[in-house]
Design a protein. Structure first.
Length: 316
């Protein structure tokens, strides 16, 4: 039977390999996607997700996460949750509820405590130092929020044909207290229908929300478009429209997977993503926009070295 997984950014590669092993062993798409994202959330050097995530303007790490079951449409989300390492696991737990399945701030944190999730100080020494440096820089320069708002998003397909989509992020560095992006919002940050496929987004949440892009991709796949066609036709016309109407557009990258294990990607920046499946060993790919289409190629050692220098994140 077919299985597959796709995830955003190179930081998800280890998690993708762990998820792949679960899917090969006929474990559920839900367990696989949670394992994938937990791996990223728990690694302190990934400064846009989970433990060690960069804080808001008050020096507090606030996480957003979403989870959706493509068989039942059950969804759970948390936003501005604090002191919880694995926000996506809380979102998954909330998806079991018929109501009160999207909690924010103190309510989300209280739910996590009451349900036995591990609580911890999410502000690592490294992240605190970066925050203090930013405070000093803002006194001297007119700076805007850090643009490294890299959400880990993933879609998984298990051997029973079930699909799940999920996301997790600490959002914009130096964001205002309580700011929420697209990541925990169904239809914007993620969406999945097991009979069609799923999608997830990463980038500037305020712009992604203007297009409900994850739902748009799934809708186009439902009309018969391939995942790649759905991604291209959802993103590039929207970018042009947003520039015309709004005057600007931030970074946006989208991933998609259909019920047959085929994948698609679209982006307006250079974007790394990871894919694995029945006929695809875990691989990191790079995507770049090219004339309203997406150019995709496997990463090279030269590209990886450049990426390492820019991110200062170890592969192993």
């Amino acid at each position: 039977m077919t299985w597959a997984a796709i995830s955003t950014w190179r930081m998800s590669f280890k998690g993708l390999k762990k998820a792949s092993k679960l899917l090969q062993e006929q474990q559920s798409a839900g367990d696989a996607v949670e394992q994938l994202i937990n791996d990223v959330e728990s690694f302190p050097d990934y400064h846009s997700v989970g433990y060690g995530g960069l804080p808001n303007e008050e020096g507090v790490v606030q996480m957003d996460a979403g989870y959706m079951d493509g068989d039942t449409f059950a969804q759970g989300s948390v936003a501005a949750i604090e002191n919880v390492k694995n926000a996506v696991s809380v979102a998954r737990k909330l998806s079991e509820r018929k109501t009160n399945s999207f909690l924010v701030g103190q309510g989300a944190t209280k739910f996590a405590m009451q349900n036995g999730f591990t609580m911890t100080n999410m502000l690592t020494k490294k992240a605190k130092t970066q925050w203090e440096d930013r405070i000093q820089a803002e006194k001297q320069e007119n700076l805007v929020p850090y643009d490294g708002h890299d959400t880990v998003g993933a879609v998984t397909l298990d051997q029973k044909g079930s699909m799940v989509a999920a996301t997790s992020t600490s959002g914009l560095f130096m964001k205002e207290n309580g700011r929420i992006g697209d990541s925990p919002l169904s239809g914007s940050g993620f969406y999945v229908d097991s009979s069609i496929g799923g999608a997830a987004a990463t980038g500037l949440g305020e712009d992604i929300m203007k297009g409900c892009l994850s739902y748009e991709i799934v809708n186009k796949m439902g009309e018969g478009k391939s995942p790649q066609q759905a991604c291209d036709e959802s993103l590039y016309p929207f970018i042009n429209k947003l520039k015309e109407k709004y005057g600007s557009v931030g970074a946006i990258s989208l991933i998609a997977l259909d019920q047959n294990g085929n994948f698609g990607v679209a982006t307006n920046v250079q974007f790394a993503f990871c894919v694995a499946g029945t006929n695809q060993t875990p691989t990191i790919f790079v995507a770049e926009p090219e004339d309203s289409k997406t150019h995709i190629f496997p990463f090279t050692q030269k590209w990886l070295e450049k990426f390492e220098a820019e991110t200062q994140i170890p592969l192993d």
